[in-house]
Each structure stands twice: as C-alpha cells, then as structure tokens.
Design a protein around this ligand. Structure first.
Ligand code: SAM
Length: 726
C-alpha cells in the first residue's frame, strides 16, 4: 500500500529539523489519535504540534531514565547505608565483647579405654588453642613442638610457665602425680558429659546418676526494672510468745524504720504462691491474728499500737491508700491489684495450708519461736506459723543477704507472684559435715604466703610469693580487675573445653560416689588456672590489691524474677567494667558422696539445682579420698550466686578458681568475674557447661531459655527431656 502522502510529508518536515523517522512515527501516531486525525492541526505552523510532541516525548523519556538512574542511585545509597550500619554494629559488638560466631559445639567425646589399662590422652594440638596460654612447662613445650599435650607429662606448679602473653598461670597439680586420660575420638568433640567442673548440677528424678557436667553462652536484654526502694525493710519474725490460739508478729523496734511499709515474703520449700505478704509498721507493736472455723470462716485481725489517738478511718480510704502504696512501693505490676483480693488470697493460702482443721493440740513453738506446723492442728491458724523450712525463706526483700554482705542486695518480682525460694543466706562457704577442709595456719608455709611483703603487693617493684604461686604475675590490675590474659584464657577454656587440657582420674571420686556396682570412667576435669590471693600470713595490708574476692561483694546487685521463664535471676544495678569481681559461688561444702546421698533422699524433686564441683585438682592426683572430693551445694544454704542463670556460650560472667586459705586445691573458691562491660540492669549469666544432648546424663536438663544466638539447646528436639521428666 502506498504511503499516505501526508504522513510522508510529516516525516520529511521532521527530518528537515533533524528528527529521524523512527522517532516521528510513534509520536505522529499518537497525535493523530489525540487530534482525531485532524491533519490541519498537525500540519499547522509547519508541523509545530508534531515537533513539540516529539520534543515533549523526548523530555519525558529523559526524565524517566533519570528517575530510574536516581532510583538506582538511591538504592545503592541505601545499600551502602546498610553495609555501614552492619559494619558499625560489628564494631559495637566487638567493643562490647560479644564473641564471634563460635565453632559449633561438636559432639561429645567417647571414651575408648577402660578396664584399668593405661589410657591415652586426649589429642590436643596447641595450635588449636585460640589463646594458647600454656600454664605448665609441658604445655608450653608442647606448644613449641606442636606435639599433642599429654596430661600426665605435665609437671607441677613449682613449674609454672610463661604464657605467650607473659602471664604466668598456676597449675592445679601436685608434683609427680600422673593423671591419665582416655583416648578420644577427634571427630567427636565437646559435650557436657565431658564438660567437667564448675557446672550447676541439676537434680534428676532418677537416683542413678552418671556424672556432673556443665555447659556454655550474649547480652541479656536490658529491662526497665526499677531500682529498689532505698529504705531497708525489716523482716517479720515469728513471735516467741505465740499462745497457740492466735499468732502475733512483733517487729523488733531495733529493726524498725519510720515507714509503715515493711513486708515479708516467706516462701516454703514447696514454692509458695506469693500471697503471704504482711504489712506491718515498725515503731509499733503489730498483732496479726488469724482464725478459722470448721465452717470455713477465716478471720484475720491486725492490731497495731502506734498512735493512741488514732481515729477510725473509712475502710475504702484505707484500702485505696494501701493499694497505692503497694503499687508504688512494692512495684506490683498488676494495675488491678486489690488489697481485698490479696486478703482473699491469704485466706486461700491458709486453706491450702491446712484444708482440714482438726482439734489436735496447738503447735509447739520451735526454739526460735516459730511454730512447727507438723504438730499444729488447732482450729486457729497462724499466718506466721512457719516451719523450720519456712524460716529459711523469710527473706527481707530489701536485703536478701540480711545484712551479711557489705552491700544491700534487694529482691524484686515484677513478673508474677512467686516468692523467693527457701534457703539460708550465707555469705561464705561452710562445711556441711564430712568434707575435709583444713584452714590451719600451720599448713601455710613460707612458699605459700608473702610474709616479707608490706603495704600493697601490687605497688611493689617485683612480684611477691603469692604472685609467683599464680605464675609470676598478679592476677589483678591496680583497679582491682582481673587481667585480660587470664580472663580471656578462662573464658576460652569454658567456651571450648575440648581444646584445653582435660585431666582424667584413674578412679574418679565422682563416679565412685555414685555407689554403683562398677565405678564409671572419669569424664575428665578441666585443668584450670587459679588466682592466688594474699591472706593471713602475708605481710601486706588488708587493702592490698591482691585481695579482691576475700573482700566479698562490692557491687550493687539485685535478685529479680526473670521475664523469660528462667525463674529468679541476678542482675547488676550499676555498670560494670570488664574483669570486675561480682560474687563468689557460695554453698555448703559437701563431699560428693554426701551430695549423692542428699539427692537420693530428697523426695522433693526441686525445680532448680545448685551444685558446683570443686574438681580442678582431681585429675592431678593418683587418688583423691572421698572426703577430699568436694562440691558446693547452694540448695539450702547459699548466697546470691545461687540465682545466676545459665547462658550458652556468651555469658557475661566467667568463673575462676581462687586460692585463699588452702594451699592444696581440694577446696578453693569459685569467683565470678565479668567477661566484658556489663550495663546496669543487665542480667548476669554464667555458662554452666551443660550438654543438652547428653541423653544418659543425670542432669535434669532444663529447657534452655537463655536467648543466646549460640544456644546449644535450640536446635535440639525436646524428646529426651520430655521422656525423662514426665
Ligand atoms: C542455679 S539455679 C538459678 C536460679 C533459678 N533460676 C532460681 O529461680 O532459683 C539453676 C536453675 O535455674 C533454671 N535456669 C537457669 N538458667 C536457665 C536457662 N537458661 N533457661 C531455663 N532455665 C534456667 C534451671 O531450672 C536451673 O536448674
């Protein structure tokens, strides 16, 4: 078909002004459509409309391209921003000491030896040690020669070696003792069954227990928990003048404080429901009477002699005032909290305590004035008829340490109504019964103390005897912080024990104490570095910088109910620097045999468990007697450390053994130091070293809620726990 001459003419006209046909064609087509084929309009003024339309379309195209370019640029900028942000986060992470993605915990070691045959040692290449701080001559040499380290070739302390960093670290070993270690399969690493020492041991329902094991841990989210009230609260003590019909709680005037807001939060060993709050004034005599009848009536009467001119107030006003006070002072979270409900709860608790009141004789007061409810059966009930067990749990929520530490340690629960657990607060370890712990001065020879020192050992030009004992350098800086090298070594060892020296007992006291037909094989014990502090026979003064742990807790700490299902936890109320001493793990010093005995007799399977082994020396000696194989049990007696929860891998605390009174290491202290800077209100956590995979392990492996991105419990099916504990 012959081309439309008007079209050809339009093409020519455009060509004359430099516009090619292919550009003209689509625009002309469009224009014809718009002008409804009105050629006059297109041809007017020498195709001006067409030329304009073409230029317009060119402009639109250009702007479209620019837009695209801009978008691409914006995208690139966004991408760059993200990368920068990621980089910044990385730096922050590094600065806050959050560790890098760890090697995934490997499977557990398997023991291939047994039957008394000499055992091979674990194959440990020093090259594999991230920090490679050899703590004995043998290990240093092994490092040099890149030979596998044989545990039994390690000499003893007298023989310390310089670490790469120059820090001398002391071994927990005895001269001439030859620990034996089993052959291990390199392909199968890291398990808590082989993750020895210092872990919290979890009680298992079955008495058949195999071994203690521990585990490993990130930043706990900072919660906006409020600080504790500053005025200490007094503890409600049972009245020694209980008459058997009604009870009376008298607050000693010496414990008094001006306020009317003292509270007691008792909890029985069976975990009370948190309803037993009693509010009593201080400088007054408060009588609290509770009575119930067989028809189900309960009468609670509070008599308070405070102000003789007291006029009767409106009950609603009083309730409102008290509710405000409760919400404000006791940090009760529930805005619908009501005193009436609280009283109702008290009644419920009372009924729960003894649902069938009978007419047996009134309870006999205990020595300390409390009433043992086991003998109590009167129709009248006393809200403060505390059992001996209950007495352990009469906690002062404003100082759970009851004045036994040099700082106040408050307790808050803003999550639920659970009361603090039942235990006696003790500020230092105490022997339960059979543990052989001998603090005699005669045992401390000249080589165990710096008797020639004076003043502050840390300021003297040379290292003192105590420092030499720990490897030649003081463990602490002048600021009282653990030196980086030691800290990092300990953190590292805990993170990956298989890369460090595990020592194996010929006959493991732990296995022996299980009283099974055959003594199980030793699962290995970490060869740990110690801190050696100056002590009584040292010539330095009390303020010597090499005395840190023995001064006790100095930081503001708080026991709090964790929101994440871990139960109670411990947090700091102040920012802490890296390497700061927080507290030591305090409990009853038990032999392992005593501990197993305790576990087997304990019909109450406790929800939580609180055991730490003092096994740092075990693999060093050919034979450890039962009374020397010790552990710390904080179940019934302990300090704040019993509240420290576990965090896999990147916990903010690490435990370091500390020698103070005892030159041998059957007994020593376990002290917690910060692994990085810790912000106020962060939860303090510790890697227990539990192997959540170990099916045979006696440990009651809780479902870990640590929240760490390295949580070892995350990827595992819950099958073993379910079948074991239901
Ligand atoms: C030494 S206690 C710690 C204090 C304990 N939360 C309490 O309320 O008394 C150890 C117990 O706390 C609980 N726990 C500790 N860390 C935990 C975690 N990461 N996830 C879940 N439970 C944890 C377990 O029940 C464990 O047996």
């Amino acid at each position: 078909m012959a081309p439309n001459p008007r079209v050809a003419k339009a093409f020519r006209a455009m060509k004359d002004i430099g516009i090619p046909e292919e550009k003209t064609k689509p625009v002309l087509k469009n224009l014809l459509k718009i002008y409804e084929k009105n050629w006059e309009l297109i041809e007017a003024e020498n195709y001006r409309a067409l030329a304009d339309a073409i230029f317009d379309s060119e402009e639109a195209e250009a702007s479209e391209t620019k837009k695209k370019d801009d978008n691409a640029e914006a995208e690139a900028a966004e991408q760059k921003k993200k990368l920068e942000e990621a980089e910044r986060m990385k730096v922050i992470e590094e600065e806050t000491q959050i560790p890098e993605e760890p090697e995934r915990p490997l499977k557990r070691l398997r023991l291939r030896h047994q039957d008394g045959t000499p055992l091979k040692k674990p194959k440990l290449e020093i090259d594999d040690l991230p920090y490679a701080i050899p703590r004995s001559q043998a290990r240093a040499e092994a490092a040099k020669e890149k030979q596998p380290v044989l545990a039994d070739t390690q000499p003893d302390v007298a023989n310390e070696s310089l670490s790469e960093s120059g820090l001398r670290l002391r071994h927990l070993r005895n001269k001439g003792k030859e620990p034996i270690s089993p052959q291990t399969d390199d392909r199968e690493l890291r398990s808590s069954s082989h993750r020895p020492s210092h872990g919290v041991r979890f009680k298992e329902p079955k008495p058949k227990e195999t071994a203690l094991s521990l585990i490993k841990p990130k930043d706990e989210p900072v919660t906006d928990d409020t600080l504790p009230p500053s005025a200490p609260l007094s503890v409600v003590r049972p009245d020694s003048s209980i008459n058997g019909v009604s009870s009376t709680e008298n607050n000693s005037p010496t414990e008094a404080n001006e306020n009317l807001n003292n509270s007691v939060v008792p909890a029985s060993s069976n975990e009370r429901s948190g309803h037993e709050l009693a509010t009593i004034p201080d400088e007054s005599i408060v009588n609290l009477d509770v009575a119930s009848s067989s028809s189900g009536e309960i009468k609670i009467s509070v008599t308070c002699i405070k102000n003789p001119n007291l006029s009767v107030t409106n009950v609603d006003t009083l309730l409102k005032k008290m509710e405000d006070k409760c919400l404000r002072s006791y940090k009760i979270l529930d805005s619908n909290f009501s005193l009436k409900k609280l009283m109702n709860d008290i009644c419920d608790s009372l009924l729960d305590t003894d649902p069938e009141p009978d007419n047996t004789p009134p309870a006999e007061p205990l020595e300390n004035g409390a009433v043992d409810v086991s003998t109590n059966g009167s129709v009248d009930h006393q809200i403060n008829q505390l059992t001996a067990d209950d007495l352990k749990s009469v906690h002062d929520i404003n100082d759970i340490a009851k004045g036994q530490e040099s700082v106040i340690i408050s307790l808050v629960n803003e999550v639920n109504t659970k009361c603090p657990p039942a235990f006696h607060y003790i500020p230092g370890n105490a022997v339960f019964q059979n543990a052989s712990v001998n603090f005699s001065l005669a045992r401390i020879g000249d080589d165990n103390c710096c008797s020639a020192c004076f003043g502050d050992c840390l300021t003297s030009a040379s290292s003192c005897v105590c420092a030499l004992q720990a490897g030649g350098e003081f463990a602490y800086t002048k600021e009282g912080l653990v030196k980086e090298e030691l800290l990092d070594e300990c953190v590292n060892m805990n993170r990956d024990p298989q890369k460090h020296c595990l020592l194996y007992c010929k006959e493991c006291p732990l296995e022996r104490s299980k009283n099974e037909e055959t003594v199980g094989t030793c699962k290995g014990h970490l060869d740990r570095s110690f801190i050696k502090e100056c002590w009584l026979k040292c010539g330095c003064n009390k303020q010597c910088g090499n005395r840190v742990v023995q001064r006790g807790i100095q930081r503001k700490l708080q026991v709090f109910m964790t929101p994440g299902g871990k139960g109670w936890g411990l947090r700091t109320l102040e920012d802490l620097p890296k390497g700061a001493f927080v507290c030591e793990y305090v409990g009853e010093i038990l032999t392992n045999a005593e501990y197993y005995d305790r576990v087997s007799k304990n019909s109450n399977k406790d929800e939580h468990a609180y055991l730490v082994l003092l096994d740092a020396d075990w693999g060093e000696e050919s034979e450890i007697k039962d009374e020397e194989a010790l552990c710390l049990d904080a179940t019934y007696c302990g300090n704040v450390a019993r509240f420290i929860n576990h965090r896999c891998f990147d916990s903010n605390l690490v435990e370091i053994p500390v020698e103070i009174e005892n030159p041998d290491h059957h007994y020593y202290h376990i002290a917690f130091f910060t692994t990085r800077k810790v912000k106020a209100l962060e939860e303090l956590t510790w890697d227990y070293g539990i192997d959540f995979d170990d099916e045979e392990h006696h440990v009651k492996a809780f479902r870990c809620q640590c929240g760490s991105r390295f949580c070892r419990n995350n990827k595992r099916p819950t099958r073993s726990r379910k079948t074991r504990y239901t």
